[in-house]
Design a binder for this molecule. Structure first.
Ligand SMILES: Cc1ncc(COP(=O)(O)O)c(C=O)c1O
Length: 360
């Protein structure tokens, strides 16, 4: 067996210890005589799995008691609709558009009410985070929406926007559990887990209780109401049980690593290795304004499409996989999520230095 360094933006690398543990428990989960995939979601064993998963994420993120944690399905993209359907009481919401995912959410919200684009960084190909200290927040906005870490462009909000008292809704799909977070600053935090936490198929929503109501837009399906899932402890219908089980293992792995402060330090160290190489390279260059750089997704280019393609191909041969940039922007992107070891980033930088020597 040989494992590569997988720089995929998602689905992405998971901790090897977690995968091994899951393999060990595959046929017989702790004496139940069956796999987690085969057991009832109403069983005692699964109640333990989902209960511990919730308790562990609450502990990791310091989630206050007046927030619910929901394990849902439908991908992060389903939240683009579910958020306005549940929160747009006045049918007005403000969106900060810092990339394709925020733009998709903004466009989807237009189906349900008046979605205002109150800031954007599209003028410079989303390579920075706009100043959000004094935005024209609509007086009747039901919420202000951001995509906190922009997976495709490699930018991250270092300072949250001043929402002028409106609930902040954040898509954290690509920075989930990568650093400590003050949950009280948000009305709703959500993310698909397939980047930093687990297998595709689970979306985690952390939502302040006062935002969970019956007062949703007419026609909102039962399955798309937060209240349905909050009232049923995420067991209204069959949840993505195996995915939740793996997420739970990753939460335990994160706790064993020292929690989110320790992860932040590790992630900063990893990102610094790559960014400091990029900053002195004569061949490669980072595409993001330095103060807005993501710790998770690092896009870079040579400026020559053919050379970019050659790099991606040769890196793959060297066991450094999935370095091609998003299909809409080209170039390269290294996603260095929690589970990417420091050695992986070092191996990448060594390979880049070698490639630079040979191709400059
Ligand atoms: C920040 C962000 N939001 C949303 C999505 C969409 O996620 P999904 O494919 O789970 O709908 C992605 C996917 O890559 C993402 O990076």
């Amino acid at each position: 067996m040989s494992r590569v360094y997988n720089f995929s933006a998602g689905p992405a690398v998971l901790p090897e210890e977690v995968l091994r543990e899951a393999a060990d428990e595959m046929l017989d989960y702790r004496g139940t005589g069956m796999s987690v995939m085969e057991m009832s979601h109403r069983s005692k064993a699964f109640a333990g799995i989902i209960g511990e998963a919730e308790a562990d994420i609450r502990e990791l993120m310091g989630i206050p008691d007046n927030y619910k944690v929901l394990f849902l399905q439908g991908g992060a993209s389903q939240q683009f609709a579910m958020i306005p359907m549940n929160l747009m009481k006045n049918r007005v919401a403000d969106y900060i558009v810092t990339g394709q995912w925020a733009k998709k959410a903004y466009q989807e919200a237009q189906k349900y009410g008046k979605a205002n684009k109150i800031a954007s960084s599209e003028d410079r190909t989303f390579s920075y985070i706009p100043d959000c200290s004094d935005l024209p927040v609509s007086p009747d906005a039901d919420y202000v929406y951001i995509c906190e870490n922009n997976t495709i462009y490699g930018t991250k909000f270092r300072t949250l926007p001043d929402t002028k008292g409106k609930p902040l809704v954040a898509d954290v799909s690509s920075c989930f559990l990568s650093e400590p977070v003050d949950v009280t600053k948000y009305g709703l935090i959500y993310g698909g887990v397939q980047k930093n936490i687990g297998p595709a198929g689970v979306v985690i929503v952390i939502i302040r209780e006062d935002l969970i109501t019956d007062d949703v837009l007419p026609g909102t399906p039962t399955m798309l109401q937060y209240k349905t899932h909050a009232d049923a402890g995420s067991l209204y219908n069959t949840p993505p049980a195996y995915g939740i089980y793996i997420c739970g293992k990753v939460f335990k792995w994160l706790k064993a690593q020292g929690g989110l402060q320790a992860m932040k330090e590790k992630n900063e160290k990893k990102a610094a290795i790559l960014y400091s190489y990029l900053d002195q390279s004569r061949l490669f260059k980072g595409t993001v304004r330095p103060e807005d750089r993501s710790l998770m997704n690092v896009p870079f280019v040579t400026g020559d499409k053919d050379l970019d393609a050659k790099f991606v191909e040769e890196a793959k041969k060297a066991g450094l996989e999935n370095l091609k940039g998003h299909r809409t922007v080209g170039g390269m992107r290294a996603s260095i999520y929690n589970a990417m070891p420091c050695e992986g980033v070092q191996a990448l930088v060594e390979f880049m230095a070698e490639f630079e020597k040979e191709n400059l």
